[in-house]
Design a protein around this ligand. Structure first.
Ligand code: ZN
Length: 248
């Protein structure tokens, strides 16, 4: 499978790049994970938004859902070439802990909100997905996404303060896509993780590769990476960049 970073900043977009959004693809299936600010325009460089097969949302903070409405409008208004049919109904998976936001996932003839639950494994196209509730001011879920055909695994922490449970959840993952919003010195925060906390998870869980994301706009990202590497010197660690594509 292939992962493409569409947006990676925490909180707000800057410097021509947007907030959390990731495209996960196999040959025939295109799953969008979170739909942050500026993600729709970034998506267009890789895939016609009409070709998306499903969307999954970790939580309803704006920096993860800002472009959801315009994605729905795109699907409603932009017709297939030489064909006046609408795009097919787009399934949008989200939790139902916030009823008002969950309802917005459904738009007549355009998209359908589908609820997931922490205790339930679900199948979305070629992927099997498990959830873990994170430490965050609003209900939010980390995801372990397994490509069923190959067994390759992506763990996305979504937004979270450090939780020891993230270690077994991430065990042996091929990729850990991790909220690293803070430099060291902010450990045990209730909203996001520091570089060394992410490094600790990566090391103990023996993940193959870490992508630091949900990045801070202020500060040296090379230092952020160095702090993670210091904690997990044997793990491959990279910093998210717009349009970065990784074969998993
Ligand atoms: Zn958040």
């Amino acid at each position: 499978m292939k992962l493409t970073i569409l947006g990676f900043w925490g909180g707000y977009p800057t410097k021509n790049s947007g907030t959390s959004s990731y495209l996960l693809e196999t040959e025939n299936y295109h799953l969008l994970i979170d739909v942050g600010s500026a993600s729709l325009i970034a998506l267009e460089n890789h895939l016609d938004p009409l070709e998306l097969d499903a969307v999954i949302l970790s939580h309803y903070h704006y920096d993860h859902i800002a472009d959801l409405g315009v994605l729905q409008f795109t699907r409603q208004l932009k017709r297939m070439k030489n064909n006046l049919e609408r795009a097919s109904m787009l399934p949008i998976y989200g939790h139902q802990g916030d009823d008002e936001n969950f309802k917005r996932l459904t738009m007549d003839l355009v998209s359908e909100g589908i609820a997931y639950q922490e205790q339930q494994k679900i199948t979305i196209g070629p992927f099997e997905i498990q959830f873990m509730k994170t430490l965050h001011p609003v209900e939010c879920y980390a995801m372990k996404i397994v490509e069923m055909k190959t067994g390759k695994t992506l763990v996305y922490t979504a937004d979270s303060g450090y939780l020891p449970e993230l270690i077994p959840f991430s065990k042996d993952a091929d990729i850990l896509l991790a909220d690293t919003n803070f430099f060291n010195g902010m450990e045990n925060h209730r909203v996001h993780m520091t570089a060394s906390e992410v490094g600790r998870i990566a090391k103990v869980a023996e993940v193959k590769k870490v992508i630091l994301t949900h990045l801070p706009q202020v500060g040296d990202l090379e230092l952020l990476k160095a702090q993670a590497v210091n904690e997990a010197p044997k793990t491959e660690i990279i910093v998210a960049e717009k349009d970065l594509t990784i074969e998993i």
